[in-house]
Design a binder for this molecule. Structure first.
Ligand SMILES: N[C@@H](CCC(=O)N[C@@H](CS)C(=O)NCC(=O)O)C(=O)O
Length: 212
């Protein structure tokens, strides 16, 4: 199996976490968004990362890749069968992919990607406004819905936890911390989920790539 992209993308990191939780290994083919690699472009018509190949089969989009992995390698189960729980997992993944990753686009892109990889300053005002006005709403929402078990759905690890935790790695790279005083359940959740082997090695490699 091959996974195309960079784990600095929350979508690629989420997919990598699913692979590792299932005990699977995919060769990581380093591709930047919009990359010209012809194999990647054949798999990803929109040029977005991640793309994925398993033998003769290939597809792009993290949710599509994860649907494939879950069907082909059902254990451990990460997408519940029960209707309400399954819908909740779909919701939390959508919340992460749209709301939280929208903030990644504003905060991580402007503070890290633009100066480090594009050689020009980002829009720091956009980043600051997102951190001050948008992100607290999302943090408060998660603080309110996190159950005492510390897992978002079915009181056990599911795709919801992996999807929601992934963009927080980008927030940390961009200097955003989750105040454990204001958001104790969210801070504890992130410490546990991002400390799992399915994230920890990836995060260490990213930190090294970003210079510590
Ligand atoms: N829905 C897609 C979103 C993927 C996505 O937007 N990836 C970004 C990088 S974080 C990208 O490749 N952007 C390039 C572009 O939009 O052209 C997924 O879940 O994989």
């Amino acid at each position: 199996m091959q996974l195309y992209g960079s784990t600095l993308s929350p979508f690629v990191r989420k997919t990598q976490a699913v692979l590792l939780e299932k005990g699977l290994t995919a060769e990581l083919k380093q591709v930047m968004p919009g990359g010209a690699d012809p194999d990647f472009r054949a798999l990803s018509p929109l040029g977005k990362i991640p793309a994925f190949r398993d033998g003769d089969f290939g597809i792009s989009d993290s949710s599509a890749i994860i649907a494939y992995l879950e069907a082909k390698h059902p254990e451990p189960n990460l997408i519940p069968a029960a209707p309400a729980a399954r819908a909740q997992v779909v919701w939390f993944e959508e919340f992460a992919d749209s709301a939280l990753s929208g903030c990644v686009g504003k905060v991580f892109r402007n503070r890290v990607v633009m100066p480090k990889f594009m050689g020009r300053p980002g829009n720091l005002e956009e980043a600051d406004t997102c951190e001050a006005e948008e992100m607290p709403r999302y943090f408060a929402y998660l603080e309110g819905v996190l159950p005492a078990s510390g897992y978002l759905v079915e009181d056990r690890l599911t795709l919801a936890d992996l999807a929601v935790a992934s963009p927080f790695v980008n927030f940390a790279h961009a200097g955003v911390t989750v105040d454990a005083g204001a958001y104790p359940k969210l801070a504890g959740f992130l410490e546990r989920i991002l400390g799992r082997p399915s994230f920890a090695g990836t995060i260490a490699a990213e930190k090294a790539m970003l210079g510590g």
